[in-house]
Design a protein around this ligand. Structure first.
Ligand code: ZN
Length: 163
């Protein structure tokens, strides 16, 4: 496994529509492992393949309940509404207020290319929407209400240790 470079907003790869996965090759298996490693390394809750420069419909998510790998994911149901702060590894140090459905149902393939149906509320619903948007070339900043704010990272302890 290896860390991949996370592309930053402005990189044209983040504005493209990704292609579906038809066959899980060794290369794509490695990509998934690398995406998980990169997401954890950056303390993210989700990462989409275009964020590491690969135009394939693959996302990884972990909202603290273990890793989810979604291949060719599609939102098939959504309801409710939640308004809250959202950020993205492709726009480090920033956050903005975005309204999303509070409950979504996603159909996808898992790591073994088996069909799965996943359901999420609150943070997980937000992560599904955010990551799947990336696969169609969309960033959350298109949906932000009001200005973006600067985020202070809460790794204060780490900083203090360095002093
Ligand atoms: Zn993002």
């Amino acid at each position: 496994m290896a860390l991949r470079e996370v592309r930053i907003q402005g990189d044209p790869v983040l504005e493209k529509v990704c292609r579906p996965v038809e066959k899980l090759t060794d290369r794509l298996e490695t990509l998934i492992d690398d995406m998980l490693e990169t997401m954890y390394n950056e303390n993210g809750v989700g990462l989409a393949a275009p964020q590491v420069g690969v135009l394939r419909r693959i996302v990884v998510i972990d909202v603290g309940e273990g890793p989810l790998v979604l291949i060719n994911p599609e939102i098939v149901e959504q309801d409710g509404e939640q308004t809250g702060s959202e950020g993205c590894l492709s726009l480090p140090g920033k956050a903005g207020i975005v309204t999303r459905p509070n409950h979504v149902v996603v159909k996808a393939l898992d790591r073994k290319m088996q069909p799965v149906t996943l359901e999420g509320t609150e943070l997980l619903a937000r992560a599904f929407c955010h990551e799947i948007d990336h696969l169609d070339g969309h960033m959350y900043t298109e949906l932000v209400e009001g200005p973006l704010s600067d985020v202070e990272y809460d790794d204060v302890e780490e900083l203090e240790d360095e002093e």
